[in-house]
Design a protein around this ligand. Structure first.
Ligand code: HEM
Length: 420
């Protein structure tokens, strides 16, 4: 562990272990105080036994950690704030929890489907989904923005890519919601979804992870018998170093793709509903000049920072922002803090369409091996949603959001809207 005594560590001024800290969204004041500390900020182990950790809140530090997978490992310890046993780490591992070169080999299986050029091929289908959701909202005169718009679009798009039939999309949303519930303070029913696996072996300690694995197994069997051009067919046929993926590797892959493709984009789209009301000038500017739709989509994503953090484990002695780090130390990258770093983003709390493209915000990560695989897809979906909103001149009266209770995702559970 670090050679500083605990007493001398500059403490984080907010309780980052606790989902309540994020009950109203990103804790801007707490993160600002942490960015102002010259070193990294320390959070003590909490009473549930979650390890103590160093927080990275400045943009440049986050880029350093993200790009150095040798020093800051995703595989050595868990990438979420709480520790899990080595057998649980093994059982859950998907590419996001692995380091190169294993990570690289797995990522290569799917990366071609997510290049900016390739994702353009999904644009028509995504637009069709967006239009259907907005038709329904307008037809109903309003409703819950999350249920009607933000939730169905991303799950629809990622399920199309994976080959999950339309009839099962709601089930995927339900399972994904239950996974996030694993990051709340609420206890989960261990036997839900027919689960018999020890919860500590499941992602997010959630029985829904079992439900999703079972679903993946059945779909995988169908595709093995009759392959199509979807990603599940590709994964069940794929070979890494001459060997097929094991059952667990395949189901973990499936879970990662559904969760990552769904939950994050959905959060940004949910926040977009709020931002329409909070920042009408930005949307008006993009309406007047459609070349601003792309930058606006990125601002929606920066401002919502759907993934609050990922954690890394230090593998060798190093130093970051004046903090000595030792092997085994835990370092948590707060994307939601780096995205409001005034040394990188001019007037960071302003919502603007004229931010430079470089450096890119940190919502998709700080670059390097794990940089979000679905960044181009998320941008495409959000840009299409913005375009369709502008084309329809959708004018909404937006109510108060109910935030997801989690210290891992910056989600919105419900957002009532009325069409004016
Ligand atoms: C606004 C939407 C999204 C946000 C904010 C987001 C955010 C992130 C972040 C922060 C990471 C970790 C980056 C790192 O450790 O350096 C990540 C990784 C990942 N994302 Fe996304 N994501 C989004 C959309 C998507 C979509 C649509 C997909 C579709 C499949 C996706 C798939 C993945 C995968 C597979 C990884 C793991 C990559 C790896 O470990 O190599 N994401 N994402």
């Amino acid at each position: 562990m670090s050679n500083l005594s605990d007493m001398s560590k500059p403490l984080a001024p907010i309780d980052l272990h606790n989902a309540d800290t994020f009950a109203n969204g990103i804790p801007q004041y707490g993160f600002a105080a942490m960015r102002d500390q010259p070193t990294l900020s320390w959070s003590e182990a909490d009473e549930r036994g979650d390890a103590g950790f160093w927080s990275v809140t400045r943009f440049d530090d986050l880029v350093t950690v993200s790009r150095d997978t040798e020093t800051f490992s995703s595989a050595v310890g868990h990438i979420q704030i709480y520790d899990i046993d080595p057998d649980a780490l093994d059982a859950r591992a998907s590419m996001i929890d692995l380091d190169p070169p294993v990570h690289t080999r797995l990522r290569r299986l799917v990366s071609a489907a997510f290049t900016p050029r390739h994702v353009q091929g999904y644009a028509d289908a995504a637009r069709h989904r967006v239009a259907r959701c907005l038709d329904q909202l307008e037809g109903d005169g309003g409703g819950d923005w999350v249920d009607t718009v933000a939730a169905p679009i991303p799950i629809g798009v990622i399920c199309d890519l994976m080959g999950v039939p339309e009839a099962d999309h709601d089930y995927m949303i339900e399972l994904s919601d239950h996974l996030v519930a694993g990051t709340s303070n609420e206890p989960l029913e261990p036997s839900a979804y027919g689960n018999t696996t020890d919860l500590r072996l499941l992602p997010f300690n959630s029985p829904a992870a079992h439900g999703m694995a079972e679903y993946a197994r059945q779909l995988g069997e169908k595709r093995r018998a009759a392959p199509t051009d979807d990603l599940v067919s590709r994964l069940v046929e794929a070979e890494v170093d001459g060997e097929r993926l094991t059952d667990d590797e395949f189901t973990n892959f499936f879970r990662l793709m559904i969760f990552a493709g769904n939950e994050t984009t959905r959060s940004s789209m949910a926040h977009l509903g709020l931002q329409l009301q909070q920042f009408p000038e930005a949307f008006a500017a993009a309406n007047a000049d459609r070349t601003l739709v792309g930058p606006l989509a990125d601002e929606v994503i920066r401002y919502s920072s759907p993934i609050l953090y990922f954690r890394r484990t230090v593998t060798k002695p190093t130093e970051l922002s004046g903090t000595e780090l030792a092997p085994g130390d835990k370092v948590v990258m707060w994307y939601a803090a780096a995205n409001f770093d005034a040394t990188t983003f001019d007037d960071p709390l302003a919502f603007r369409t004229d931010r430079p493209a470089v450096p890119m915000h940190a919502a998709f990560g700080g670059g390097g091996a794990h940089f979000c695989l679905g960044a181009s897809l998320a941008r495409l979906e959000i840009s299409i949603l913005i375009e369709e909103i502008l084309d329809r001149r959708l004018d909404l009266d937006v109510g108060s959001p109910v935030f997801v209770e989690s210290n891992f995702v910056n989600g919105i559970e419900a957002l009532p809207v009325t069409v004016r």
